[in-house]
Ligand binder design. Structure first.
Ligand code: HEM
Length: 296
């Protein structure tokens, strides 16, 4: 996927603003970090975000290409895309600890890393709020920042409560949303059941327009027309890759759907929308707002 980068701090900050919340830790001044012997590589943007929020980033010696937030992370040595890692790039950084989500692979590379003696912690990649909390706690314990992790958990719970109140009042329960993870302009790859996209749609109170299969799958134009979504949801990167809203409307089958006829498509940055990192409560709130605006 040819993903561009986009600073989404402003978007998140605006939601944080109306929620009456601070994004907190990113903006705080950093205390002096005691010297550490840990050389940590983080494979997964959500994990990297947590590491920065816990102020354990002094330990980071490398990240993957999904680690695009905060922007400081993009200045670290990069070991490639989480799903297509190579052992050489990772081992060259002489890590003492590798942290990865369950999407990391391929398995043969993970095995090579384990065989080389580098401890590898794989965190489950669940798509529920509680999974975000679990990741914060697990990473907190791994980088010896359990107090900071508990403070972050409390902040996330507050944000989550605020988001849930907003969702309850927003009445999107008859809005049918089709998530398009565009790989190329000629094929529609959509989010079926048990995907991060489906979980986000459900959390906003809306409904996934497609069911009957799990995972991200290509969809025929006929199936797209039959799904007849009210709104299309993409990542900013996917939207850019297909050439914006006009490109979305040219995707096979889209013009014959309600969303296509009414030109209703919304997008958010990929890791913000689907990463299930610490910005997840804000992302649900922002997606809820975008869907409400699209349906108004
Ligand atoms: C080499 C370039 C890339 C390729 C070939 C690629 C390919 C893919 C594929 C095939 C999927 C669907 C996975 C599935 O079926 O479960 C996927 C999902 C995804 N990708 Fe990428 N991708 C690339 C780069 C990126 C980058 C740079 C980012 C982040 C900035 C990213 C973020 C995501 C996200 C958030 C998902 C949904 C993840 C999930 O919920 O499991 N990808 N990508």
């Amino acid at each position: 996927m040819n993903y561009g980068r986009r600073n989404i701090l402003l978007k998140s900050a605006s939601v944080a603003g109306w929620m009456g919340l601070g994004l907190g830790a990113f903006a705080h001044e950093r205390p002096a970090v005691p010297p550490s012997t840990m050389r940590l590589i983080s494979i997964g943007g959500a994990l990297t975000e947590i590491i920065y929020l816990l102020k354990a980033d002094a330990e980071l010696v490398g990240v993957d290409t999904t680690s695009i937030y905060p922007t400081e992370a993009t200045r670290l040595p990069n070991v490639g895309y989480a799903r297509t890692l190579s052992a050489e790039g990772i081992l060259a950084l002489r890590p003492t600890q590798l942290l990865a989500t369950a999407e990391a692979g391929p398995p043969i590379v993970l095995k090579q890393i384990i065989d080389s003696g580098v401890p590898l912690s794989i965190l489950p990649s669940g798509h529920q709020f509680i999974d975000v909390i679990d990741r914060v706690r697990t990473i907190g314990s791994l980088v010896h920042k359990s107090d900071a992790a508990e403070a972050l958990v409390s902040q996330l719970r507050l944000e989550w409560n605020t988001t849930q109140k907003r969702v309850v009042n927003s009445k999107l329960n008859s809005t049918r949303v089709l998530f398009i993870l565009s790989q190329n302009p000629n094929q529609l790859m959509v989010g079926g059941e048990k995907t991060s996209a489906a979980a986000m749609i459900a959390y906003t109170g809306a409904r996934n327009a497609i069911s009957g299969f799990s995972g991200f799958k290509p969809l025929t134009p006929e199936a797209v027309i039959a799904a007849n979504p009210d709104v299309l949801l993409l990542t900013d990167q996917g939207m850019k890759a297909v050439g914006g809203i006009s490109g979305v409307l040219r995707l096979p089958g889209i013009k014959q759907t309600r969303a296509g006829k009414e030109q209703k498509a919304v997008s958010l940055e990929a890791m913000y929308l689907l990463g299930f990192g610490p910005r997840m409560p804000l992302a649900v709130a922002e997606l809820n707002l975008l869907l409400q605006q699209a349906m108004a």
